[in-house]
Design a protein around this ligand. Structure first.
Ligand SMILES: O=C(O)[C@@H](CO)OP(=O)(O)O
Length: 248
């Protein structure tokens, strides 16, 4: 008996296209992202991997990706659970900043440390910034715990309890679970699933809009470590593009 988990990073967003750090800023998909999401749904159908339940973050680029993919797969009727713990990593004071300019200003080492180190968060975002989520009603349940910045470790710490309490329970019940989330929240989950070290996770990037399917054994260990992208060629191209962001 194996459990089927599908991970799907949202399609290209308006700020991916502009090369801006996004984090918790609620930016929508662009046309490319909407097309990627629909293609993601086609890939689910072509591969006969149809989700029974959907998990998303509270951010519209993930929500709309899931809606488009599921509509394409004629699966818009499945149960949905949304949770802030699947949100993108909060990018702190980098939210809204241009990646290429940040790279030029701070140099590659600092830029990569902020983007990909496991435990160094970017500087905190001021509460009165236009890009702050403090006071946003969608995070009212968080009170003053709304993040001002996060490193990947912080994401793992907030995400794992939810993985244990909710997502795993649906898998245990035999449901095929679709998690539609973000580059860094999915990197955290993949780190956990594949047992990737704190150092090695820096080199792992998740492509936009391409379903990544894990088969998990009864102990939730991947039967297929690293998972299986439903379009491996497109995934390889997109991974390269994500890795090179800023370096234009
Ligand atoms: O800007 C962001 O929020 C993320 C994902 O788009 O970017 P990066 O890949 O640089 O972590």
């Amino acid at each position: 008996m194996t459990y089927t988990l599908i991970l799907l990073r949202h399609g290209h967003s308006e700020w991916n296209a502009k090369n801006l750090f996004t984090g918790w800023v609620d930016v929508d998909l662009n046309d490319q992202g909407r097309a990627e999401a629909a293609r993601g749904g086609e890939l689910l159908v072509e591969n006969g991997v149809l989700p029974d339940v959907l998990y998303t973050s509270r951010l519209k680029r993930a929500i709309n990706t899931a809606n488009l993919a599921l509509a394409t797969a004629d699966r818009g009727w499945i149960d949905v659970k949304r949770d802030w713990r699947l949100n993108e990593r909060h990018y702190g004071a980098l939210q809204g900043k241009d990646k290429a300019q940040t790279l030029a200003e701070f140099g590659e080492e600092q830029f990569m440390e902020w983007r990909r180190s496991y435990d160094t968060p970017p500087p905190a975002l001021a509460d009165d910034s236009e890009f702050s989520q403090v006071g946003d009603p969608r995070y009212a349940d968080l009170g003053d715990a709304v993040p001002r910045t996060e490193c990947l470790k912080d994401v793992l710490v907030r995400l794992l309890p939810y993985w244990e309490s909710d997502i795993k329970e649906d898998l245990k019940a035999g449901k095929t679970v679709l998690v539609t989330a973000h580059g860094n929240s999915l990197r955290a989950l993949v780190k956990h699933l594949d047992g990737i070290s704190d150092d090695d996770i820096a080199a792992l990037n998740i492509p936009t809009g391409i379903p990544l399917v894990y088969e998990l054994d009864e102990d939730f260990q991947p039967v297929n470590p690293g998972g299986r992208y439903l379009d491996p060629e497109a995934a390889a191209e997109s991974i390269k593009a994500v890795a090179n962001q800023g370096k234009k």
